[in-house]
Design a protein around this ligand. Structure first.
Ligand code: ITT
Length: 209
């Protein structure tokens, strides 16, 4: 069931991700809104299998599973790195390209090898954030940032495919940018801005005088 509901100031929210890089970024983006956050890992919630075909389906599936298990509102993120020369792959399979060891050097090399010889350098990140409630109501918001592929990968900041992505208008990869710089306008920040407008407490009421 889709529906917009706003979290009350001081409410508790489960961050339904087992990815530490995402957890760090989502926590930083949610932090100004005066919400108490707890991670799926801290609650010992299981990691559901991502059986849907698109980002929105998987985000909703993860959020709903955690909301029901924890009996608290839950926020999930399904995201991925999409490469034009690979017809949008790895896309929803971005985590799986890193294999069971979650080795993103392997995943980035695989992207590089598969696009070898194709001149098209365009790539983009997509993030869908889904907020679900224990009664099954959920709402999802999508953010996207376009850019180009960098090779070899550069930078040790961020996570996942960050070292091989240069957003349009920037000279550095996400892997070279300080977190605040990435957060200023990332796919995740864009999705969060929409979610905040509809579903998070009004920031004005939380500003110290
Ligand atoms: P959860 O499902 O527990 O949240 P996950 O890593 O399995 O964790 P996804 O299925 O959404 O998450 O996989 C998305 C992958 O895309 C993720 O593992 C990252 O490597 C990559 N990714 C997503 N956002 C990224 C970002 O901002 N920078 C770099 N890589 C990113």
């Amino acid at each position: 069931m889709t529906g917009l509901r706003r979290l009350a100031a001081g409410a508790r929210l489960v961050l339904a991700t087992h990815n530490r890089g995402k957890l760090r970024e989502i926590a930083a983006l949610v932090e100004p809104f005066g919400i108490g956050i707890v991670s799926a890992g801290e609650l010992g919630l299981p990691e559901p299998e991502e059986t849907e075909a698109d980002f929105a389906g998987n985000a909703r599936l993860k959020a709903t599973a955690s909301a029901q298990a924890a009996q608290l509102p839950a926020l999930a993120d399904d995201s991925g790195f999409c490469v034009a020369a690979l017809n949008g792959a790895p896309g929803v399979f971005s985590a799986r390209w890193a294999g069971p060891d979650k080795d993103f050097e392997v995943a980035m090399r695989r992207v590089h090898e598969q696009r070898a010889g194709v001149a098209d350098e365009r790539a983009w990140f997509v993030c869908v954030l889904s907020l679900a409630w224990p009664d099954g109501v959920s709402a999802s918001f999508m953010g996207r940032v376009d850019g180009t592929v960098a090779w070899p990968p550069r930078g040790t900041l961020g996570f996942g495919y960050d070292p091989m992505f240069i957003p349009l208008g920037a000279a550095q990869t996400y892997g070279e940018m300080a977190p605040a710089e990435k957060h200023a306008d990332s796919h995740r920040a864009r999705a969060m801005a929409q979610l905040a407008a509809s579903c998070l407490p009004d920031l004005e009421q939380h500003r110290p005088d």
